[in-house]
Design a protein around this ligand. Structure first.
Ligand SMILES: Cc1ncc(C[n+]2csc(CCOP(=O)(O)OP(=O)(O)O)c2C)c(N)n1
Ligand code: SF4
Ligand SMILES: [Mg+2]
Length: 351
Protein backbone atom coordinates (compact mmCIF):
# COMPACT_ATOMS: atom_id res chain seq x y z
CA UNK A 1 0.00 0.00 0.00
CA UNK A 2 1.50 3.37 -0.93
CA UNK A 3 -0.63 5.57 1.30
CA UNK A 4 -3.08 5.37 4.17
CA UNK A 5 -5.86 7.94 4.48
CA UNK A 6 -6.12 9.63 7.88
CA UNK A 7 -9.44 9.64 9.74
CA UNK A 8 -11.20 12.98 9.15
CA UNK A 9 -12.61 13.73 12.63
CA UNK A 10 -10.69 15.96 15.03
CA UNK A 11 -11.11 17.54 18.44
CA UNK A 12 -13.61 20.46 18.22
CA UNK A 13 -11.33 22.68 20.32
CA UNK A 14 -8.40 22.57 17.88
CA UNK A 15 -7.11 26.11 17.19
CA UNK A 16 -8.09 27.62 13.86
CA UNK A 17 -6.31 30.13 11.63
CA UNK A 18 -7.64 33.22 9.82
CA UNK A 19 -9.45 30.97 7.32
CA UNK A 20 -11.09 28.97 10.11
CA UNK A 21 -8.99 25.93 9.20
CA UNK A 22 -7.27 23.68 11.71
CA UNK A 23 -3.81 22.19 11.51
CA UNK A 24 -5.48 18.94 10.41
CA UNK A 25 -6.80 20.63 7.26
CA UNK A 26 -3.19 21.00 6.07
CA UNK A 27 -2.23 17.39 6.64
CA UNK A 28 -2.15 14.62 4.05
CA UNK A 29 -2.19 10.84 4.19
CA UNK A 30 -0.39 8.89 6.93
CA UNK A 31 3.32 8.67 6.17
CA UNK A 32 4.74 5.30 5.13
CA UNK A 33 8.36 6.46 5.56
CA UNK A 34 10.62 4.79 8.16
CA UNK A 35 9.81 5.90 11.71
CA UNK A 36 12.16 8.76 12.61
CA UNK A 37 12.95 9.75 8.99
CA UNK A 38 13.94 13.42 8.85
CA UNK A 39 11.64 13.91 5.86
CA UNK A 40 8.56 13.51 8.09
CA UNK A 41 9.77 16.40 10.27
CA UNK A 42 10.08 18.58 7.17
CA UNK A 43 6.50 17.68 6.17
CA UNK A 44 5.41 18.71 9.68
CA UNK A 45 7.25 22.04 9.29
CA UNK A 46 5.56 22.67 5.91
CA UNK A 47 2.15 21.94 7.47
CA UNK A 48 2.90 24.34 10.33
CA UNK A 49 4.10 27.10 7.97
CA UNK A 50 1.03 26.83 5.70
CA UNK A 51 -1.32 26.78 8.70
CA UNK A 52 0.38 29.82 10.26
CA UNK A 53 0.19 31.76 6.97
CA UNK A 54 -3.48 30.77 6.53
CA UNK A 55 -2.81 29.63 2.99
CA UNK A 56 -5.90 28.43 1.15
CA UNK A 57 -4.83 24.82 0.38
CA UNK A 58 -6.35 24.93 -3.13
CA UNK A 59 -3.95 27.76 -4.00
CA UNK A 60 -0.89 25.58 -3.48
CA UNK A 61 0.68 23.26 -6.05
CA UNK A 62 3.12 20.62 -4.74
CA UNK A 63 5.49 19.05 -7.24
CA UNK A 64 8.17 16.45 -6.74
CA UNK A 65 10.41 13.92 -8.46
CA UNK A 66 11.20 10.38 -7.30
CA UNK A 67 12.61 9.24 -3.95
CA UNK A 68 11.47 8.96 -0.32
CA UNK A 69 11.66 12.77 -0.18
CA UNK A 70 9.61 13.11 -3.34
CA UNK A 71 6.92 10.86 -1.84
CA UNK A 72 6.35 13.30 1.02
CA UNK A 73 3.89 15.68 -0.72
CA UNK A 74 1.36 12.84 -0.23
CA UNK A 75 1.77 13.37 3.52
CA UNK A 76 0.94 17.09 3.66
CA UNK A 77 -1.57 19.49 2.09
CA UNK A 78 -4.03 16.80 1.06
CA UNK A 79 -6.36 19.42 -0.47
CA UNK A 80 -3.73 21.03 -2.70
CA UNK A 81 -2.76 20.33 -6.30
CA UNK A 82 -0.05 17.70 -6.63
CA UNK A 83 2.17 16.29 -9.36
CA UNK A 84 4.71 13.51 -8.88
CA UNK A 85 7.00 13.80 -11.89
CA UNK A 86 9.84 11.68 -13.30
CA UNK A 87 13.15 11.37 -11.37
CA UNK A 88 14.96 14.74 -11.45
CA UNK A 89 12.39 16.43 -13.69
CA UNK A 90 10.29 18.29 -11.13
CA UNK A 91 11.82 21.70 -12.01
CA UNK A 92 10.73 21.67 -15.66
CA UNK A 93 7.21 20.53 -14.80
CA UNK A 94 7.04 23.24 -12.13
CA UNK A 95 8.30 25.87 -14.58
CA UNK A 96 5.62 24.91 -17.10
CA UNK A 97 2.86 25.00 -14.51
CA UNK A 98 4.08 28.34 -13.17
CA UNK A 99 4.15 29.85 -16.67
CA UNK A 100 0.59 28.70 -17.29
CA UNK A 101 -0.73 29.97 -13.95
CA UNK A 102 1.37 32.35 -11.88
CA UNK A 103 -1.43 32.70 -9.34
CA UNK A 104 -0.62 29.49 -7.48
CA UNK A 105 2.02 29.01 -4.79
CA UNK A 106 4.53 26.50 -6.10
CA UNK A 107 6.21 24.13 -3.70
CA UNK A 108 8.88 21.89 -5.24
CA UNK A 109 10.03 19.01 -3.02
CA UNK A 110 13.04 16.99 -4.02
CA UNK A 111 15.89 14.85 -2.71
CA UNK A 112 19.65 15.17 -3.00
CA UNK A 113 19.68 12.30 -5.50
CA UNK A 114 16.77 13.82 -7.38
CA UNK A 115 18.35 17.31 -7.51
CA UNK A 116 22.13 16.85 -7.25
CA UNK A 117 22.54 13.73 -9.39
CA UNK A 118 20.05 12.97 -12.18
CA UNK A 119 18.31 16.36 -11.90
CA UNK A 120 21.34 18.63 -11.53
CA UNK A 121 20.78 20.35 -14.88
CA UNK A 122 17.12 20.96 -14.10
CA UNK A 123 18.02 22.27 -10.63
CA UNK A 124 20.48 24.76 -12.14
CA UNK A 125 18.16 26.12 -14.80
CA UNK A 126 15.08 26.57 -12.65
CA UNK A 127 17.11 28.66 -10.19
CA UNK A 128 18.92 30.76 -12.77
CA UNK A 129 15.60 31.53 -14.48
CA UNK A 130 14.13 32.86 -11.24
CA UNK A 131 10.93 30.80 -11.24
CA UNK A 132 8.74 31.99 -8.37
CA UNK A 133 8.63 28.94 -6.09
CA UNK A 134 9.86 27.35 -2.90
CA UNK A 135 12.30 24.59 -3.79
CA UNK A 136 13.14 22.31 -0.84
CA UNK A 137 15.77 19.59 -1.04
CA UNK A 138 15.43 17.02 1.74
CA UNK A 139 19.13 16.27 1.89
CA UNK A 140 20.26 12.99 3.49
CA UNK A 141 23.39 12.33 1.43
CA UNK A 142 22.05 9.03 0.09
CA UNK A 143 19.55 7.53 -2.31
CA UNK A 144 17.25 6.42 0.50
CA UNK A 145 14.56 4.84 -1.65
CA UNK A 146 17.03 2.60 -3.50
CA UNK A 147 18.77 1.42 -0.33
CA UNK A 148 21.44 3.93 0.58
CA UNK A 149 23.94 4.49 -2.24
CA UNK A 150 26.01 7.69 -1.79
CA UNK A 151 24.44 10.70 -3.46
CA UNK A 152 26.38 13.64 -4.89
CA UNK A 153 25.92 15.62 -1.66
CA UNK A 154 27.67 12.96 0.49
CA UNK A 155 30.81 14.49 1.91
CA UNK A 156 34.16 13.19 0.79
CA UNK A 157 35.47 10.85 3.47
CA UNK A 158 32.06 10.09 4.94
CA UNK A 159 31.29 6.42 5.55
CA UNK A 160 28.33 4.40 4.34
CA UNK A 161 26.51 2.05 6.71
CA UNK A 162 28.59 -0.81 5.29
CA UNK A 163 31.82 1.09 6.04
CA UNK A 164 32.62 2.14 2.46
CA UNK A 165 34.35 5.56 2.34
CA UNK A 166 33.12 8.12 -0.19
CA UNK A 167 36.06 9.29 -2.31
CA UNK A 168 34.14 11.76 -4.49
CA UNK A 169 33.94 15.47 -3.81
CA UNK A 170 30.51 16.62 -2.67
CA UNK A 171 28.13 19.15 -4.17
CA UNK A 172 26.92 21.90 -1.85
CA UNK A 173 23.48 22.77 -3.23
CA UNK A 174 23.15 25.97 -1.18
CA UNK A 175 26.49 27.21 -2.53
CA UNK A 176 25.36 26.35 -6.05
CA UNK A 177 22.04 28.12 -5.56
CA UNK A 178 23.92 31.27 -4.52
CA UNK A 179 26.14 31.09 -7.57
CA UNK A 180 23.17 30.46 -9.88
CA UNK A 181 21.37 33.60 -8.76
CA UNK A 182 18.59 32.26 -6.52
CA UNK A 183 17.08 35.30 -4.79
CA UNK A 184 16.48 33.47 -1.49
CA UNK A 185 18.82 30.79 -0.15
CA UNK A 186 18.48 29.06 3.21
CA UNK A 187 19.74 25.96 4.88
CA UNK A 188 18.25 24.19 7.84
CA UNK A 189 18.00 20.89 9.63
CA UNK A 190 14.90 18.71 9.83
CA UNK A 191 15.33 18.50 13.61
CA UNK A 192 15.27 22.28 14.08
CA UNK A 193 11.62 23.26 13.72
CA UNK A 194 12.20 26.65 15.37
CA UNK A 195 14.50 27.58 12.50
CA UNK A 196 12.83 25.67 9.66
CA UNK A 197 9.22 26.88 10.05
CA UNK A 198 9.98 30.63 9.78
CA UNK A 199 12.42 29.91 6.96
CA UNK A 200 9.68 28.11 4.97
CA UNK A 201 7.19 30.89 5.71
CA UNK A 202 9.61 33.54 4.48
CA UNK A 203 10.39 31.48 1.38
CA UNK A 204 6.67 31.16 0.58
CA UNK A 205 6.20 34.93 0.82
CA UNK A 206 9.31 35.63 -1.24
CA UNK A 207 8.53 36.48 -4.88
CA UNK A 208 11.29 34.73 -6.75
CA UNK A 209 13.34 31.55 -6.72
CA UNK A 210 13.59 30.49 -3.08
CA UNK A 211 15.80 27.52 -2.29
CA UNK A 212 16.09 25.66 1.03
CA UNK A 213 18.65 22.91 1.52
CA UNK A 214 17.35 20.95 4.48
CA UNK A 215 19.64 18.33 6.04
CA UNK A 216 17.38 15.38 6.77
CA UNK A 217 19.00 12.26 8.26
CA UNK A 218 18.04 8.89 6.75
CA UNK A 219 17.62 6.69 9.80
CA UNK A 220 17.79 3.51 7.70
CA UNK A 221 21.02 4.11 5.75
CA UNK A 222 22.81 7.25 6.88
CA UNK A 223 22.50 7.94 10.60
CA UNK A 224 25.59 6.19 11.92
CA UNK A 225 28.99 7.32 13.20
CA UNK A 226 31.04 8.37 10.15
CA UNK A 227 28.11 9.98 8.33
CA UNK A 228 28.18 13.76 8.08
CA UNK A 229 24.38 13.83 7.56
CA UNK A 230 23.48 12.06 10.82
CA UNK A 231 21.48 13.66 13.63
CA UNK A 232 24.52 13.69 15.94
CA UNK A 233 26.95 15.10 13.39
CA UNK A 234 24.65 17.96 12.35
CA UNK A 235 23.83 18.85 15.96
CA UNK A 236 27.52 19.00 16.80
CA UNK A 237 28.63 20.97 13.71
CA UNK A 238 25.71 23.32 13.15
CA UNK A 239 26.69 26.99 12.81
CA UNK A 240 23.46 29.05 12.71
CA UNK A 241 24.09 32.46 11.15
CA UNK A 242 20.84 33.92 12.40
CA UNK A 243 17.76 33.02 14.39
CA UNK A 244 14.54 33.66 12.56
CA UNK A 245 11.10 34.91 13.38
CA UNK A 246 8.63 35.68 10.66
CA UNK A 247 5.86 38.31 10.73
CA UNK A 248 3.19 38.52 8.06
CA UNK A 249 1.72 41.94 7.26
CA UNK A 250 -1.73 40.46 7.86
CA UNK A 251 -1.25 39.39 11.47
CA UNK A 252 1.72 41.08 13.11
CA UNK A 253 3.16 39.22 16.06
CA UNK A 254 4.85 41.36 18.68
CA UNK A 255 7.95 39.89 20.21
CA UNK A 256 10.54 41.34 22.51
CA UNK A 257 13.98 41.38 20.89
CA UNK A 258 17.11 42.47 22.66
CA UNK A 259 18.28 45.80 21.21
CA UNK A 260 21.15 45.69 18.74
CA UNK A 261 20.62 42.03 17.87
CA UNK A 262 17.85 42.43 15.30
CA UNK A 263 17.87 42.60 11.51
CA UNK A 264 14.60 43.50 9.76
CA UNK A 265 14.32 42.31 6.16
CA UNK A 266 11.65 44.02 4.06
CA UNK A 267 10.40 41.64 1.40
CA UNK A 268 9.02 42.54 -2.02
CA UNK A 269 5.41 42.02 -0.96
CA UNK A 270 5.76 44.22 2.12
CA UNK A 271 6.01 41.34 4.55
CA UNK A 272 8.79 41.42 7.09
CA UNK A 273 11.37 38.91 8.10
CA UNK A 274 13.04 39.49 11.43
CA UNK A 275 16.43 37.97 12.02
CA UNK A 276 17.91 37.69 15.44
CA UNK A 277 21.55 37.56 14.66
CA UNK A 278 23.96 35.32 16.47
CA UNK A 279 26.87 36.60 14.45
CA UNK A 280 26.67 40.41 14.42
CA UNK A 281 28.65 40.75 11.20
CA UNK A 282 26.62 38.28 9.08
CA UNK A 283 24.83 40.17 6.29
CA UNK A 284 22.03 38.17 4.57
CA UNK A 285 22.03 40.60 1.62
CA UNK A 286 25.62 39.93 0.61
CA UNK A 287 25.71 37.12 -1.96
CA UNK A 288 29.47 37.06 -2.28
CA UNK A 289 29.93 37.18 1.49
CA UNK A 290 27.51 34.25 1.90
CA UNK A 291 29.43 32.21 -0.67
CA UNK A 292 32.74 32.87 1.05
CA UNK A 293 31.33 32.18 4.51
CA UNK A 294 29.85 28.84 3.41
CA UNK A 295 33.20 27.72 1.97
CA UNK A 296 35.14 28.89 5.03
CA UNK A 297 32.88 27.10 7.51
CA UNK A 298 32.69 23.96 5.32
CA UNK A 299 36.49 23.82 5.35
CA UNK A 300 36.28 23.85 9.16
CA UNK A 301 33.76 20.95 9.04
CA UNK A 302 30.79 23.12 9.94
CA UNK A 303 27.34 23.25 8.39
CA UNK A 304 26.04 26.78 8.14
CA UNK A 305 22.28 27.04 8.66
CA UNK A 306 19.80 29.91 8.62
CA UNK A 307 18.85 32.49 6.02
CA UNK A 308 22.04 32.69 4.00
CA UNK A 309 20.92 35.20 1.39
CA UNK A 310 17.83 37.18 0.41
CA UNK A 311 17.59 39.71 -2.40
CA UNK A 312 15.90 42.99 -1.51
CA UNK A 313 14.16 43.46 -4.90
CA UNK A 314 13.70 39.98 -6.34
CA UNK A 315 12.46 39.47 -9.89
CA UNK A 316 10.82 36.35 -11.22
CA UNK A 317 10.49 34.72 -14.62
CA UNK A 318 7.19 36.49 -15.36
CA UNK A 319 8.85 39.86 -14.74
CA UNK A 320 11.59 38.89 -17.21
CA UNK A 321 9.05 37.71 -19.80
CA UNK A 322 6.75 40.69 -19.16
CA UNK A 323 3.72 38.41 -19.14
CA UNK A 324 0.27 39.88 -18.62
CA UNK A 325 -1.30 39.99 -15.16
CA UNK A 326 -4.03 37.50 -16.07
CA UNK A 327 -2.71 33.94 -15.75
CA UNK A 328 -2.18 32.49 -19.23
CA UNK A 329 -4.50 29.56 -18.52
CA UNK A 330 -7.38 32.04 -18.11
CA UNK A 331 -6.88 33.72 -21.48
CA UNK A 332 -9.10 32.78 -24.40
CA UNK A 333 -8.04 31.61 -27.82
CA UNK A 334 -8.33 35.12 -29.27
CA UNK A 335 -5.68 36.48 -26.87
CA UNK A 336 -3.40 33.47 -27.02
CA UNK A 337 -3.60 33.03 -30.79
CA UNK A 338 -3.84 36.40 -32.54
CA UNK A 339 -4.43 34.79 -35.95
CA UNK A 340 -2.76 34.29 -39.29
CA UNK A 341 -2.70 38.00 -40.22
CA UNK A 342 -0.43 38.76 -37.26
CA UNK A 343 1.81 35.82 -38.13
CA UNK A 344 1.99 37.06 -41.73
CA UNK A 345 3.13 40.46 -40.48
CA UNK A 346 5.82 38.97 -38.25
CA UNK A 347 7.08 36.76 -41.07
CA UNK A 348 7.08 39.73 -43.46
CA UNK A 349 9.15 41.77 -40.97
CA UNK A 350 11.77 39.03 -40.94
CA UNK A 351 12.17 38.77 -44.72
C1 LIG B 1 15.23 7.58 -14.36
C2 LIG B 1 15.38 6.88 -13.05
N1 LIG B 1 16.62 6.49 -12.65
C3 LIG B 1 16.77 5.87 -11.45
C4 LIG B 1 15.68 5.64 -10.65
C5 LIG B 1 15.87 4.91 -9.33
N2 LIG B 1 15.75 5.79 -8.21
C6 LIG B 1 14.60 5.97 -7.56
S1 LIG B 1 14.70 7.01 -6.26
C7 LIG B 1 16.36 7.24 -6.54
C8 LIG B 1 17.20 8.12 -5.68
C9 LIG B 1 16.45 8.91 -4.68
O1 LIG B 1 17.34 9.61 -3.88
P1 LIG B 1 16.95 11.01 -3.29
O2 LIG B 1 16.44 11.91 -4.33
O3 LIG B 1 18.11 11.49 -2.51
O4 LIG B 1 15.71 10.68 -2.34
P2 LIG B 1 15.67 9.97 -0.90
O5 LIG B 1 15.07 8.63 -1.18
O6 LIG B 1 17.04 9.88 -0.37
O7 LIG B 1 14.80 10.87 -0.11
C10 LIG B 1 16.79 6.51 -7.65
C11 LIG B 1 18.18 6.49 -8.15
C12 LIG B 1 14.42 6.07 -11.11
N3 LIG B 1 13.31 5.91 -10.37
N4 LIG B 1 14.31 6.69 -12.30
S1 SF4 C 1 14.98 4.87 3.67
FE1 SF4 C 1 15.81 6.69 4.65
S2 SF4 C 1 14.99 8.43 3.47
FE2 SF4 C 1 13.73 6.60 3.00
S3 SF4 C 1 12.02 6.68 4.45
FE3 SF4 C 1 13.60 5.39 5.37
S4 SF4 C 1 14.78 6.83 6.65
FE4 SF4 C 1 13.61 8.07 5.21
MG1 LIG D 1 18.51 11.40 -0.54
Amino acid sequence: MTYIVKPKFHHPALPTNALGLTHRDYEGSISTLCAGCGHDSISAAIIQACFDLSLPPHRVAKLSGIGCSSKTPTYFLGHSHGFNSVHGRMPSVLTGANLANHDLIYLGVSGDGDSASIGLGQFAHVLRRGVNMVYIVENNGVYGLTKGQFSATADRGSKSKRGVVNTDNSIDLAAMALQLGASFVGRSFSGDKAQLVPLIKAAIEHRGAAFIDCISPCVAFNNHAGSTKSFDYVREHNDAVNRLDYMTPRAPIHVDYPPGAVEVVEQHDGSTLILRKLSPDYDPHDRLGAMTYLQERAAAGEIVTGLLYVEREPEDLHTHFQTVDTPLNLLGEAELCPGSMVLEKINASLR
